[in-house]
Design a protein around this ligand. Structure first.
Ligand code: PMV
Length: 328
């Protein structure tokens, strides 16, 4: 079986050996999946069972600055705070950086600045891994393509491979065992009037990571077999709705996709329930608005918070119904 290190060596072996730059900075936006990635065919390489499609969150993301550290260990600072080496964030980054050190005594100083509002309840791992691979590419002057960087970001966190581009991005699952064809591909479409709002009910880090939840779902849910059939249908509907700028078609497919994903989790053993009473109350509020012919839809990831989907002319209505919503 191939390891992450094999993939990195394969991708970087023919890149120029250039001097390390004094420092390099890059920014990547966070992304929200419209059609979800839920289930891996290869856990080590984060290779998915199905394609997925996301929308980028513009200025909400992570800016990473990397340089060679003058210490004998990696140094990680997140929003001006140095992270102790026993924390998960440090260990995840340290292990990821192990894939790229030019020699074993090379350590990195990484400064991460998040532009995602602290209260937004958005996972920052996608924008973090997408921005760090871009910053490393500049630091070491590898001159990788965006597609190659998408493959490298995927090794850090699957959904990060969709954060290399603005707008709509499809993650092609690929079929190769080494995952060289599993990466983001930007869609040509633009939809300026599309809006996302974040409804935050709980800011605590989730008790069950999406990594563990995904694996348990694939291994134990009797509904998982139906998930890939649902995804093919939802993907086609979502892509054609984006092309036609049809919020009703898009919203329906996006909402069904999120609910189908949560149905696979509910039917896992032990059951996985991210939904809280406040989540359900907000879903019911959205459905009530739709009864009044307001085209507002939701999606939900591996947590209790909701993301609303609507077009610009509904902004006022969303603000009225959900005064605490963070509109992107
Ligand atoms: O990339 P991960 O391991 O954080 O998983 C992301 C899973 C979802 O957010 C639920 C779906 C997705 O496609 O982003």
């Amino acid at each position: 079986m191939q390891t992450k290190k094999d993939i990195v060596n394969h991708l970087l072996y023919n890149k120029p050996h250039m001097p390390v730059q004094p420092s390099a900075t890059a920014f990547a936006s966070s992304n929200i999946a419209l059609c979800k990635y839920w289930g891996k065919r290869n856990h080590e390489l984060n290779l998915p069972i199905t394609n997925s499609v996301s929308i980028s969150l513009g200025q909400y993301g992570t800016q990473m600055t990397v340089q060679q550290a003058d210490t004998n260990h990696d140094v990680l600072t997140i929003n001006q705070q140095q992270i102790p080496d026993d924390q998960t964030a440090y260990q995840r980054l340290h292990q990821f950086l192990n894939l790229f050190r030019p020699h074993k005594d090379f350590y990195y100083a990484v400064d991460s600045q998040s532009t995602i509002p602290i209260a937004a309840g958005l996972a920052s791992s996608a924008s973090a891994f997408a921005s760090i691979v871009q910053a490393l590419d500049r630091l070491h002057q590898w001159q990788c393509s965006q597609t190659e960087l998408s493959i490298l970001a995927r090794l850090g966190s699957g959904s990060a491979c969709r954060s290399l581009w603005a707008g709509f991005v499809e993650w092609h699952k690929g079929t190769l065992a080494n995952g060289m064809d599993s990466h983001g591909v930007p869609l040509d479409d633009h939809w300026d009037a599309l809006r996302i709002a974040l409804l935050v009910f709980d800011q605590h880090p989730k008790k069950l990571s999406s990594r563990e939840a995904m694996q348990r779902t694939v291994e134990t849910s009797p509904l998982y077999a139906a998930w890939s059939t649902c995804v093919s249908q939802h993907l086609a509907e979502i892509k054609s709705a984006i092309q036609a700028k049809d919020i009703v078609q898009l919203g329906q497919a996006v909402e069904q996709n999120a609910l189908a994903m949560h149905a696979t989790m509910l039917s896992s053993h032990p059951s996985i329930v991210y939904t809280q009473p406040a989540t359900l109350a907000a879903m019911q509020r959205v459905w009530a608005l739709r009864e009044e012919k307001q085209p507002i839809y939701f999606t939900q990831d591996a947590g209790p918070n909701l993301k609303l989907l609507f077009t610009a002319e509904m902004t006022h209505c969303v603000k009225q119904a959900f005064p605490d919503a963070i509109i992107v």
